[in-house]
Design a protein around this ligand. Structure first.
Ligand code: BES
Ligand code: ZN
Length: 643
């Protein structure tokens, strides 16, 4: 396979072409679950030599050597809040001259490094570099003989960015402590020493030990009915990037949803979760019907304690989910559609660097919305498009212009900065634009083929564009112009060709909101009993800044918005309340901030408090809430509140 980025039939150039491509682990074809052969995994760097993507967020010398398999043998110690044991790494050497293996670590204590020689472990020299606050410490291992197996004995530190340790009191059942990891973007290096870049894919296996009655699960193959004996083994036979390695452990039960889909959660939560997510098999059917086979074996979800800092995380075979999705009415299941969609966009075809994050999140937001349309109908899908666009416009207005391009700038300071609504919603709208121009049938066929062609590979934006140019665009050259594509991918802000969706249901909400604000309609006459969560969110999102306290009070008393059990509605209400300084909402807001650790809500709430002269109060609440938050959230909010 060769890749020619300067296509003969287009004047379009992926500018500035810094990247190029890196294809790691070639494997294509249908069937499930699919295990690529060792040759395929190691075919890897042959193509990578032609074009090279640079990931500035890794220390690893991936030009010299790459990890093909990682085995973890770890004990989970809840008292000490550490994982300790060995990482055994299989290596493939690419450069004859190389003499070292450089790995990423963050907050790891390394006790020994050895390599395998003639069936024995031989100790070797290593050096752990200085701690960089973002990147951690470079681990340099002497490897003159090009060993193919390394063993690193190590332990994590209690404050590791990628590990959330919860005391039993902060869990739903209070029966056992809880641990969950969050490796994306660059926290896998605080869990194990490895090449922490999405360019490199590896298979993995693990052996974990826990106290009795604690169940450990991973983003890997496992038996949902395994006895809780404190001794667990896992295998992930498909090559994945390091950010998809995941662990959860605690008092966890399992409830099946269908034959190969189920949900894990604490005992008091698991039934509710199985009900809320009962439509997951329909989403799976919709996804496979449109985008090709699901290639990962089982698909399970785990509902984590409320400190989980994300809505969801697409850990393969086992999406991690926030309990704030359990609204009791299946109204927030787009997050399930989203994480499931990543089984194609992101986990199967992966962004090679974090500058290409939109290849993961934009594609996934698009696929998510298509699944929502298939499972729940067009009205709901369009409402979600409109809500997304509102958030995108807000982010575009707030962000530095260079962070509003789909391809993130070369000098991206922190990989997490690539995850604004730009990657998600601008990416989604770019694909909606392509769908509209090429026609849904053609575009669906193109995406299905794209997922197949680049399955189990990590690619850059430029590789995607090159493929698009040679396939769909070549077949329909008149459908889009170079300038249009260029503007969407490398331009800043929102392109003129963005299609604004229209939601008649939201138009009605706008009308009634205006009439109420003008004093022409009583709140009780607004037909809210038929409103979905989406209509509520649109109603609250469109409230003006200059509302009176009387109007706030009337809304709160009529609709019980402070302390609302739907976390999205409650959040939208609190954002309004903070801007307007509507103090009666504050006790409920405090309770929310202490209970919920989901970043999407709490970062903006703390920021709004700080911006509206409530910083002092925010710091008092945060002092109570902070111990319950994940280290990722703690770091973010420390920054927001200037601590
Ligand atoms: N992969 C992301 C979560 C993530 C992004 C973790 C960046 C760490 C760094 C996940 O798929 C996601 O996008 N979650 C969203 C939900 C979605 C419906 C937009 C979230 O957590 O809000
Ligand atoms: Zn996502």
């Amino acid at each position: 396979m060769t890749f020619d980025l300067a296509s003969p039939f287009s004047t379009f150039r992926a500018a500035p072409l810094i990247g190029g491509l890196i294809l790691l682990a070639g494997c294509s074809g249908g069937g499930e679950p699919e295990t690529p052969s060792t040759e395929e995994v190691s075919a890897v760097k042959t193509e990578a030599e032609a074009f090279h993507a640079t990931d500035k967020f890794t220390y690893a010398n991936t030009d010299d050597v790459i990890i093909t398999h990682l085995h973890l043998d770890l004990a989970i110690d809840f008292d000490a809040k550490v994982l300790s044991g060995d990482a055994v790494i299989d290596l493939k050497w690419l450069n004859d001259e190389a003499t070292k293996v450089i790995l990423d670590t963050n907050d790891l204590t390394i006790s020994a490094v050895s390599y395998e020689k003639d069936g024995e472990w031989v100790s070797t020299g290593m050096e752990l570099g200085e701690d960089d606050p973002l990147l951690g410490s470079k681990l340099t291992i002497e490897a003159d003989d090009h060993p193919t197996k390394l063993k690193i004995s190590y332990q994590t530190r209690p404050g590791a960015q990628g590990l959330g340790w919860l005391s039993a009191e902060t869990t739903a059942n209070k029966t056992a402590p809880f641990l969950y990891s969050q490796a994306q973007t660059i926290n896998a290096r605080s869990i194990a020493p490895l090449q922490d870049t999405p360019m490199v894919r590896m298979t993995y296996s693990a052996h974990l030990t826990t106290p009795p009655n604690v169940l450990a699960i991973m983003s890997a193959e496992q038996d949902p009915n395994t006895p809780k004996d404190g001794d667990y083994t896992f295998s992930m036979p498909q090559p994945i990037p390091s950010y998809l390695i995941a662990i959860a452990a605690g008092d966890i039960d399992f409830a099946p949803i269908s034959g190969n889909i189920g949900v894990y959660a604490e005992p008091g939560v698991v039934e509710k979760a199985a009900w809320e997510f009962a439509e997951t098999p329909d989403m799976m059917t919709a996804a496979e019907g449109t985008y090709g086979p699901y290639r990962w074996g089982r698909y399970d979800l785990i509902v984590l304690p409320p400190s989980f800092p994300f809505g969801g995380m697409e850990n393969p075979r086992l999406s991690f989910m926030t309990p704030t999705l359990l609204a009791g009415d299946k109204s927030l299941t787009n997050v399930v559609a989203h994480e499931l969609a990543h089984s194609w966009s992101g986990n199967l075809v992966t962004n090679a660097t974090w500058r290409d994050a939109w290849l993961n999140e934009g594609f996934t937001s698009y696929v998510e919305n298509r699944l929502m349309e298939l499972v729940y109908g067009e009205d709901r899908a369009v409402m979600e498009q409109v809500l997304g666009l509102q958030d995108l416009k807000r982010d575009v207005a707030e962000l530095e212009p260079e962070l509003t391009s789909l391809k993130m700038p070369k000098d991206l300071a922190n990989p997490d900065d690539a995850f604004s609504q730009v990657s998600y919603v601008k990416g989604q709208y770019f694909l909606m634009f392509l769908e509209q121009r090429f026609g849904r049938d053609h575009f669906d066929a193109f995406l299905k083929e794209y997922f197949d062609k680049f399955a189990f590979q990590s690619i850059t934006t430029e590789v995607f564009l090159d493929h698009f140019r040679k396939t769909l665009w070549a077949a329909h050259p008149e459908a889009v112009t170079d300038a249009e594509i260029q503007e969407w991918v490398y331009g800043t802000g929102l392109p003129d060709t963005l299609i604004e969706p229209a939601s008649p249901a939201f138009d009605l909400v706008d009308e009634t909101r205006s009439e109420w604000l003008a004093g022409d309609l009583a709140l009780s006459d607004i037909p809210t009993t038929d409103w979905t969560t989406h209509e509520w969110l649109h109603f609250l999102g469109g409230l003006p800044d200059d509302m009176t306290v009387e109007q706030f009070t009337e809304l709160d008393e009529t609709f019980g918005l402070s302390g609302h059990q739907n976390a999205e509605i409650a959040y939208a209400w609190y954002m309004n309340a903070i801007t307007a300084n509507y103090e009666p909402a504050y006790p409920a807001l405090e309770e929310f901030l202490i209970r919920v650790g989901r970043g999407k809500f709490i970062y903006r709430l703390y920021q709004a408090l700080e911006d509206n002269g409530k910083g002092e109060w925010a710091r008092e609440v945060y002092a109570k809430a902070r111990p319950g938050y994940h280290p990722i959230a703690q770091t973010r909010i420390d920054g927001i509140l200037g601590l």
